[in-house]
Ligand binder design. Sequence first.
Ligand code: CUA
Length: 157
Amino acid sequence: MNIHTYEKFWLAASMLLIVGFILTITYGSVGLGIAMIDDSSPTVDPDNLGEHPGFSDPGVERVGENEYEVHVIAVQFAYFPGEIEVPANSTVTFRLTSEDVIHSFSVVGTNANTMIIPGEVASLTVETEEPGEYGIICSEYCGAGHHDMEGKLVVVP
Ligand code: CUA
């Protein structure tokens, strides 16, 4: 290698860096970055949840062998149902919506966490393992009773 080759290398490297910066900015500005709830999430009418097949009677439903679907409605300042019981060693998909403002569904001590937006249905799938009890808390400020908004997830044998 002579000096000339080094120069070429660094020229190319700095060009790459600039292109990289531009790509990063473009990528961020078109919103492909973090999509917590995408535009294609199913929509519901928050004022008529009673007419929705899943949300008219929220709760746990067995949808396959070791597979469960749980519809949950969040309101100021509770979850319906407030206590959710699911079997260990199964796949559980939560379908969540809100009747009023933005809430969240955060299973304490796990990475299971999603925002709940009125008019949209958030989905969250978890694999249950050992039996145990988990707290569910709302981590989006939703009003005066936000700190009291909690539920319980019980994984039964
Ligand atoms: Cu619901 Cu904070």
